[in-house]
Design a protein around this ligand. Structure first.
Ligand code: GAR
Length: 198
């Protein structure tokens, strides 16, 4: 049966679009059911609507430091769509262990580094500063620890001498758009062995 996928975003949603476009293929084991943003002005919302995907906004700001009440609203927004899988796609909120547990084994995240290197923010600047010759991207299962969990796929991107955090981010983002859809296809078919994309 086709898996129902909720996609959570905070920004432009280019990874969401890459996932949704791939899922439009007739042989795909999954289909998008809802796109939720915690940022009302997120550009990805209009892009999801243009693709015919239902959208919802759950603004985190009125909840202040109360992550649990924000997450309760997030779960409420997704509940009517009964997702089998949740893809975090540039979703920039840290989730509590309780929320992660609710969706254990069903939630994927894309992170712009070769995990376990450079968890958290400013990954590209940190890779360049460290003199790394490769940056990259990881898709992993979400666990209670930040940017941790089983690795479902990785792809490397060479760091060139002239690269800045911005140029590297552009290179990595293009690869993200290939890696995330490829991994989602596998995970939706029950394959969680890591994919190494060249
Ligand atoms: C992507 O580069 C994604 O890997 C990153 O945010 C960007 C979202 O772009 N995610 C994180 O940094 C999560 N810690 P998009 O909105 O165009 O998909």
């Amino acid at each position: 049966m086709t898996k129902r996928v909720a996609i959570l975003i905070s920004g432009g949603g280019s990874n969401m679009v890459a996932l949704a476009r791939d899922m439009a293929a007739p042989d795909h084991p999954a289909a998008p059911c809802i796109v939720v943003s915690n940022v009302p002005s997120a550009g990805g919302l209009a892009r999801a609507e243009a693709l015919g995907i239902p959208t919802a906004v759950v603004d985190h700001r009125p909840h202040g430091q109360d992550r649990a009440s924000f997450e309760a609203k997030l779960a409420d927004a997704m509940a009517p769509y009964d997702p089998d899988l949740i893809c975090l796609a540039g979703f920039m909120r840290i989730l509590t262990p309780d929320f992660v547990e609710l969706f254990e084994g069903k939630m994927l995240n894309i992170h712009p580094s070769l995990l376990p290197k450079y968890k958290g923010l400013n990954t590209h600047a940190r890779a360049i500063e460290a003199g790394d010759t490769f940056g990259g991207v990881t898709v992993h299962g979400v666990t209670a620890a930040l940017d941790d969990g089983p690795i479902y796929g990785q792809a490397r991107v060479p760091i060139l001498p002239d690269d800045t955090p911005d140029t590297l981010a552009d290179q990595v983002l293009a690869v993200e758009h290939r890696l995330y859809p490829a991994v989602l296809r596998r995970v939706a078919s029950g394959v969680t062995a890591p994919l190494h994309l060249e």
